[in-house]
Write a protein that binds this ligand. Sequence first.
Ligand code: ZN
Length: 330
Amino acid sequence: MNIFLTYDYELYFGNQTGTAEKCILNPTDKLKEIASKTGIKMVFFIDTGYLKKLQEFSQKYESVKTEYNKVVNQIKTLVKEGHDCQLHIHPHWEDCKHDGSKWIMKTSRYKLSDFSDDEIEKIVLEYQKILQDITQKNVNIYRAGGWCIQPFSRLKKSFEKAGLVLDSSVFPGGKNTDGNYHYDFTGTPDKSTWKFSSDICKEDPNGNFKEIPISSHFYSPLFFWKLFLKGRIKPQLHKPVGDGYPMPSPGMRKKMLTKGMLLSASADGYFVTKLESVLKQNQLKGFTEMVVLGHPKANTPYALNELESFIMNNKNKHRFLTFSDLLNNA
Ligand SMILES: [Zn+2]
């Protein structure tokens, strides 16, 4: 199995975004330590709208400039150490401002499809250039913010112009059409990779784009009860390190605790305990790829320990790769 540990490198998008230190810089340093200790490489999907706004407000506020320099330095170090830093777009940054002490978030235009065709193209090309200028590497791999990559037909032209060839936004079976989100991955091929052209959920052997979906897993109500209780009983081990809040998702908690939910395979917090099950499940299906989604901000001390064990237990049996490794050796 090729295992890809992928992290969305970003702040929170609720009323309090949290700080770069706690949501991004410190937890990414921890992940970097684990990677170098275990000798593996990771993929970081860099929220480039955030970089754009850091650049913009650096002109105005010294504190933003300091934050920008720290973030850019960390990204450069990640690249130097062999990690893959690729494009993650949360286009709502277009509507966000800094007031000198905090970000003022506006998430009404949360997905690229909320923008016009011209705006989509401008955003994709501009963000790609910002990231490439920092990494000095080819940026040709994509993950949509909040899984919102549909309808892909609206993004196709921009992908072609930017030379984006690989996507990892889909998690098969997932669906959420509430609030700011809109995705429906209920009709994907039952595979761990496929080619596509206009519809990301439909295999097209002649398509120019490759999907390597995030692995999915059904989490039972019992799992969520344990997750919430552990956070209460032992917050020092199970509370996320990030100091912000996510966008509210009404009804989600109730659904989790009563019905369970199909979500991405994840290295965040208590979700990390299911990685071995996801691996077994993917092996049973004959899959050749397993993609794990994580966020530096959602790490817990417990999760970091468990992640290290998962890597140590599996690094001689499987290959921990980056997407660029895969493309360059294909
Ligand atoms: Zn994101």
